[in-house]
Design a protein around this ligand. Structure first.
Ligand code: IMP
Length: 440
C-alpha cells in the first residue's frame, strides 16, 4: 500500500502539493535522491512553504520523514531549512531520520561546480549551483564523505585524510589560493553534534515500519527527464530520480514500492540548459510563465515553458512503471483559444514516437502537434470534475489517452483544496483503503 510520487517531466511538476495531499494517509515520507537543488512549494491557506531537502511530509504533524542514502546532504542548508520552518511554526523535532550512508555536500563541491560550469562555456548544464554534481562525483569516485563518517571522527583518521586529499585536489583544480583542509574538516565535524540526533540506518527503520503495517510515501525530486540514466543526458541532474532510484536510494526491495503515481503539468517547463522540444519562445511562452508563476523555487530563474509532450510522458510511464497521472496547473491554460498537444517528434524524415536516447537527437526533434480547443470558463479553483468546462475535460481525456495511463487527480490551483480527485481513480481507491491520520 506504499505509494511513490515521481516527476514525469523536467522537474517542478508540483510534486510538493501532491505529496502534501497524500500524507494524511501515510506514516512516513521518504526522499531517495537529489539534494537541496529541489524546491517543493506547498501552499496552506495564506501560508507558503518551500522545501528543498526535507521531505514535504514534514508539514503534517505526526508524519515522520526520511532522507535516504541516495540523497546528498548539505548540513548548512539543512539547518537553515529547519530554522526557517521553525519560524513558520513547523517543528521538525524527532520526526526526521537521515541515513548514515547519505553523502555530504562540502563547500569545495560548490566551488568545483562553478569551475566546471565556467569551463563548459556554452555547453554548460545550467545547474542549481548547490554542489550536487560534484558530491555525486565523489560518491562514484569512492572519495565521498558520508554522514555516518562524522561519528567518532578523529584528527589523523580516515575522514581527515579524505578531506585533506579532496581539498588538495580542489586547490589544484581551482589554481587560486590554498584552502586549508583543517578548516573544512573542523567545520564539517562541528555539524555532528546537531546532526547526530537524526542519523540512523534508514533501511532497518523502513523495514520495521513495513513490518508493523505502516504506509510509506516515496517522494521523488527533480523529474524523469533529469534522471542521470534516463533523462536528456548530459543536461540532467546527477541522481536517479526515476522509480528505480527508490530501492537503491533507501535500501529497500522493489516489491515495497507499491503504487507509482506520475506528476505532470498540463503543459511543460524546464529550468537550465538543454533541449525542450515543445518550447515556446514568443508571447504565449511568456503568458504561460506569468500565469503559472514559472520561476525556480530554489534559484528564482525563469522557467522555459512549452506544450504538453506526450512522447516524453509515455517514456516516463515506461521507465517508472506509472499506474496513473496527477495533472497539475490545469488552470494556467485557462483562456487559451487552442491548445497544442505534442504526440510525436519529427526527426529528419522520420516520425518518432519513442523518446530518443541522445540529447543531440532531442535538440533536432520537431514536435508534431494535435490541436485541441481551449476553454473560456476558468478552471482555476474548480474542485469538482463535473464543474470543469467540457473542453477542459476533452483535453484531459486526450492527454490521458496519448500518455497511456489514467488521470487520478487534477490540480486547479496552488492551495491544498484546489484539487479534483477522480472518483474511483487510483488515488481515491488508494486513500479509501488507508486510515487518515488523526492529526491531519
Ligand atoms: P543540478 O541538479 O544542480 O546539478 O542541475 C542539473 C539540472 O537539473 C539543471 O538543468 C537544473 O536546472 C535542473 N534541476 C535540478 N533540480 C531541479 C529541480 O528541482 N527542478 C527543476 N530543475 C532542476
Amino acid at each position: 500500500m506504499n505509494i511513490a510520487v515521481i516527476g514525469t517531466q523536467w522537474g517542478d511538476e508540483g510534486k510538493g502539493k501532491i505529496v502534501d495531499l497524500l500524507t494524511p494517509n501515510v506514516s512516513i515520507v521518504a526522499r531517495y535522491q537529489g539534494g537541496h537543488n529541489a524546491g517543493h512549494t506547498v501552499r496552506v491557506g495564506s501560508d507558503q512553504f518551500v522545501l528543498h531537502l526535507l521531505p514535504s511530509g514534514i508539514l503534517r504533524r505526526g508524519v515522520r520523514c526520511v532522507i535516504g542514502n541516495g540523497v546528498v546532504v548539505d548540513p548548512v542548508a539543512l539547518f537553515s531549512e529547519i530554522e526557517t520552518l521553525g519560524k513558520q511554526g513547523v517543528e521538525v523535532g524527532d520526526r526526521l531520520l537521515i541515513s548514515d550512508r547519505a553523502h555530504l555536500i562540502l563547500p569545495y563541491h560548490r566551488e568545483l561546480e562553478e569551475l566546471a560550469e565556467k569551463r563548459r562555456g556554452d555547453r554548460k548544464i545550467g545547474t542549481t549551483a548547490r554542489g550536487i554534481g560534484p558530491a555525486y562525483e565523489d560518491k562514484a569516485g569512492r572519495r565521498g564523505v558520508r554522514v555516518g563518517d562524522l561519528a567518532n571522527a578523529v584528527e589523523g583518521g580516515d575522514l581527515a585524510s579524505i578531506i585533506q586529499e579532496n581539498v588538495a585536489a580542489r586547490n589544484r583544480a581551482l589554481k587560486v589560493g590554498d584552502k586549508d583542509w583543517r578548516t573544512v574538516y573542523q567545520d564539517i565535524c562541528a555539524t555532528w553534534h546537531r546532526l547526530e540526533r537524526w542519523v540512523g540506518d534508514v533501511s532497518v527503520s523502513l523495514m520495521q515500519a513495513f513490518e508493523s503495517g505502516e504506509t510509506v510515501l516515496f517522494e521523488g525530486a527533480q523529474g524523469t527527464m533529469l534522471d542521470i540514466d534516463h533523462g536528456s543526458y548530459p543536461f540532467v541532474s546527477s541522481s536517479s530520480a526515476t522509480a528505480g532510484g527508490i530501492c537503491t536510494g533507501l535500501g529497500i526491495g522493489p516489491r515495497r514500492v507499491g503504487t507509482v503515481l506520475g506528476i505532470a503539468k498540463a503543459y511543460i517547463t524546464r529550468v537550465g540548459e538543454g533541449p525542450l522540444p515543445t518550447e515556446l519562445h514568443g508571447e504565449t511562452g511568456e503568458q504561460l510563465r506569468e500565469a503559472g508563476q514559472e520561476y525556480g523555487a530554489s534559484t528564482g530563474r525563469p522557467r522555459r515553458c512549452g506544450w504538453y509532450d506526450a512522447v516524453a510522458a509515455r517514456y516516463a510511464v515506461r521507465v517508472n512503471g506509472l499506474d496513473a497521472l496527477a495533472v497539475t496547473k490545469l488552470d494556467v491554460l485557462d483562456g487559451l483559444e487552442e491548445i497544442p498537444l505534442c504526440t510525436a517528434y519529427r526527426y529528419g524524415d522520420s516520425v518518432l514516437t519513442e523518446f530518443p536516447s541522445r540529447g543531440q537527437s532531442l535538440s533536432d526533434c520537431q514536435p508534431v502537434y494535435e490541436r485541441l480547443p481551449g476553454w473560456s470558463r476558468p478552471t482555476a479553483g474548480v474542485r469538482r470534475y463535473d464543474d470543469l468546462p467540457l473542453e477542459a475535460k476533452a483535453y484531459l481525456d486526450r492527454l490521458a489517452e496519448v500518455t497511456g495511463v489514467p488521470i487520478a487527480l487534477i490540480s486547479t490551483g496552488s492551495d491544498r483544496a484546489d484539487t479534483i480527485l477522480i472518483r474511483d481513480g487510483l488515488i481515491d481507491k488508494w486513500q479509501s483503503g488507508r486510515p487518515r491520520s488523526p492529526e491531519s
